[in-house]
Design a protein around this ligand. Structure first.
Ligand code: CP
Ligand code: NVA
Length: 340
C-alpha cells in the first residue's frame, strides 16, 4: 500500500508519481462531486481538525471533504484544547490517536506536526505551518493542470515574499514534479539556502529549472502562471512598513502581466489577498502606504486570467484526495508507482 496510513507533513513525503496521483485523484473526485456521485471512502471515521492559526479555506475544505467522504470532522481550535498549554504535543497526539482516525494540524512550528504524526499512530495532514503548505500544493498544481491539460514544460513565476511557507512549498513541489519555478524577491526575502538546496536536488532529477532573482521582469518572462501570496504571513513579527516598502516593486499588476510575453498566463494566489480596500487591514495599509492594493492589483485579481477562486475551490477536492488516499483503503496497485 503506497498511501494507506501515511501522513502528509511536507511535499517530499511523496514522490513525483505519488503527488501526480493525488492531483489526478482530486480531479476525479471533483468530477464525482459535480455529478452528485457519492464517494464515502471514509464512512464511519472521525477526523480531528486542530487549528492554532486562523483559516477560511483549509478549515472549510477539511470539513466539507470529511463530510463528503462519510467521516465526521471535529474542529478543535487553540482555545478549545490543552495542546501546548497544559498538555504536551506528544500526550495530545496519543490521546487524539486513540479516538480519531486522522488528524489535521495548522500551526506555527513544523516540529509540532511531525511530533503529532510520530506519536498518534494515525495519518496526520499538515494544514500549514511556518515552513510548508502541502495540501495547498495539490490544489495549485491541480489548477495548473486543469487550465493547461498538462504540467509538462510549465513554468510558475512566484513574485513577493520568497521565504514563506507557500514559496517554500512551490519551489520544492515544482522541483519534484518537473515544473519550473522562478522566484522574484528582494535578496532579504529569497528562499533560505536549505530549501533552495533541497529543491535543486529534486530539480536535477526532474529537469525543472529553479531560478531565483531580485529582477522581477526576468522572473516572469515566459511564465505560464504568476503566483503571489500575502507580504506578511500569519504569526510573523516584523516591521510591516519595512516589509511593504521592500516588496512594493514586486506587486502583480497589469504592467507585470504583459512582461510574461504570453497571452494565456494565469494568475494564482493561495488567498486571502490584499487586492482592494474591502477589509479592515487592506484599508488601513492602503491609506498608510498610499497604494490601492498590496501584492496584487484589483483589476488583475478580477481579470479573466485570474484563477484564484477555481484554485480556492480546488482545495476541497485536493484535501479530499489526500484524506481518502491515506485513510480510505483504496486499491492502488504497487506497480502504478514504480519509479521509472
Ligand atoms: N490558502 C489558505 O490556506 O487559506 P486559509 O488560510 O483561509 O485556510
Ligand atoms: N503565507 C501565508 C499563507 C496563507 C494561506 C501565511 O502563512 O499567512
Amino acid at each position: 500500500m503506497h498511501f494507506q496510513e501515511k501522513s502528509f507533513l511536507k511535499e517530499i513525503d511523496f514522490n513525483a508519481s505519488e503527488l501526480t496521483y493525488l492531483i489526478d485523484f482530486a480531479i476525479h473526485l471533483k468530477a464525482l462531486k459535480q455529478q452528485h456521485i457519492p464517494h464515502p471512502y471514509l464512512a464511519g471515521k472521525n477526523i480531528a481538525l486542530l487549528f492554532e492559526k486562523t483559516s477560511t479555506r483549509t478549515r472549510s475544505a477539511f470539513t466539507v471533504a470529511a463530510s463528503d467522504l462519510g467521516a465526521h470532522p471535529e474542529f478543535l481550535g487553540k482555545e478549545d484544547i490543552q495542546l501546548g498549554k497544559k498538555e504536551s504535543v506528544s500526550d495530545t497526539a496519543k490521546v487524539l490517536g486513540s479516538m480519531f482516525d486522522g488528524i489535521e494540524f495548522r500551526g506555527f512550528d513544523q516540529q509540532v506536526v511531525e511530533r503529532l504524526a510520530a506519536d498518534s499512530n494515525v495519518p496526520v495532514w499538515n494544514g500549514l505551518t511556518d515552513s510548508w503548505h502541502p495540501t495547498q500544493m495539490i490544489a495549485d498544481f491541480m489548477t495548473l493542470k486543469e487550465q493547461f491539460g498538462t504540467l509538462a514544460d510549465k513554468t510558475i513565476a512566484y513574485v513577493g515574499d520568497g521565504r514563506n511557507n507557500v514559496a517554500n512549498s512551490l519551489l520544492v513541489t515544482g522541483a519534484i514534479l518537473g515544473v519550473s519555478i522562478h522566484i522574484a524577491a528582494p535578496a532579504s526575502l529569497q528562499p533560505e539556502k536549505w530549501v533552495r538546496k533541497l529543491a535543486e536536488q529534486y530539480a536535477n532529477e526532474s529537469g525543472a529549472t529553479i531560478f531565483i532573482t531580485d529582477q522581477v521582469e526576468e522572473a516572469v518572462k515566459g511564465a505560464d502562471a504568476l503566483y503571489t501570496d500575502v507580504w506578511v504571513s500569519m504569526g510573523e513579527e516584523i516591521d510591516v512598513t519595512e516589509r511593504i516598502n521592500v516588496l512594493l516593486p514586486y506587486q502583480i499588476n497589469a504592467s507585470l502581466m504583459k512582461k510574461t510575453g504570453k497571452a494565456d498566463t494565469i494568475i494564482l494566489h493561495c488567498l486571502p489577498a490584499f487586492h482592494d480596500q474591502q477589509t479592515v487591514m487592506g484599508k488601513q495599509l492602503a491609506e498608510q502606504f498610499q497604494v490601492p492594493a498590496l501584492e496584487i492589483t484589483d483589476d488583475v485579481f478580477k481579470s479573466e486570467r485570474s484563477k484564484v477562486f477555481e484554485q480556492a475551490g480546488n482545495r476541497m477536492h485536493a484535501i479530499k484526495a489526500i484524506m481518502a488516499a491515506t485513510l480510505g483503503n483504496l486499491f492502488i496497485p504497487t506497480s502504478f508507482f514504480e519509479q521509472k
